[in-house]
Design a protein around this ligand. Structure first.
Ligand code: 13P
Ligand code: ZN
Length: 275
């Protein structure tokens, strides 16, 4: 089968287009990666070419050695992915140490995978282990409201988690582990990848201050839905804070404990502090 006919490629392309429609991907902002299943890569093997040079990832992900990933290209616009997938996304294979990659499909007009490849791969490695192999999607978006909050809320996991949870009742059910926050750092390298993947051991969501958000999930729907839920909660909070600086009423810690019991989720007490 041709890669473009494969369901996982179609799902990936649709997610890029959905993110663009949300307004999260100005210019080349944001990137997406998918850890391809063995049977999926076998189904398109005839469409792959194994003659491109190996290149350094810039970090080491030994637990992902020899795996294949579908990723957006660096400098490519999400808006253009559905119009010409082969020119804007690519499949990379990792070497047997998890230190190098080579392009085996896509980016037909040249280019390289996203500059955030180190963060994507280090997140994949952490989430593969933590989820017993279930997580396959890492998504980075420049969500407007969430970014706005990083200028006015303290950059602490417990503050972002609690404020987002309070903003919409579904939030603690959708991301019960909470969200982690990375203070402002230069993007595109190993340092921010290490800081982000450390948080991803605990959370499925990592905020990059004054930049955007990383989400991890099992499939495209779950991961897109997670990004959407976090950004919707951020939008509500931005609106609340724009009306007045304090809330007249909100969901209280005891309410979260009741929610946890009824929806059978574990909400860590560290986020249910008295204000
Ligand atoms: P890329 O175009 O290299 O994917 O970079 C976009 C981005 O959002 C960097 O954080
Ligand atoms: Zn970015």
């Amino acid at each position: 089968m041709k890669a473009l006919e494969a369901e996982f490629v179609k799902g990936f392309v649709r997610m890029c287009s959905d993110g663009w429609e949300q307004g999260w991907h100005e210019r080349n902002g944001g990137n997406l990666s998918y850890r391809i299943k063995e049977e999926e890569i076998q189904s398109i093997k005839k469409d792959l070419k194994f003659d491109a040079p190996w290149q350094e990832i810039g970090t080491s992900v030994p637990q992902l050695a020899k795996e294949f990933f579908l990723v957006t290209g660096s400098g490519k616009f999400m808006r253009n992915v559905p119009l010409d997938p082969e020119a804007n996304i690519c499949i990379v294979e990792l070497d047997d140490k998890g230190e190098k990659f080579r392009i085996v499909w896509g980016l037909v007009n040249g280019g390289r995978p996203t500059s955030e490849l180190p963060t994507h791969l280090m997140n994949h490695e952490v989430k593969k282990i933590a989820s017993g192999g279930k997580h396959r999607v890492i998504y980075h978006a420049h969500c407007t409201n969430l970014i706005a909050l990083t200028f006015v809320l303290p950059l602490k996991d417990e503050v972002f988690t609690r404020e987002l949870w309070e903003s919409a009742t579904e939030c603690p059910v959708v991301f019960p582990a909470g969200v982690g926050v990375v203070e402002w750092m230069v993007p595109g390298g190993k340092d921010i990848a290490v800081a982000t993947s450390r948080l991803m051991k605990k959370y499925d969501v990592a905020v990059w201050a004054h930049h955007g958000l990383f989400c991890s999930g099992e499939d495209f729907d779950i991961t897109f839905g997670l990004m959407h839920t976090v950004e919707k909660a951020a939008e509500i909070l931005v609106k609340v804070l724009s009306i007045r600086p304090d809330k007249l009423q909100t969901i209280e810690p005891e309410g979260f404990r009741q929610l946890a019991r009824d929806f059978k989720v574990t909400l860590p007490e560290e986020f249910l502090y008295n204000k």
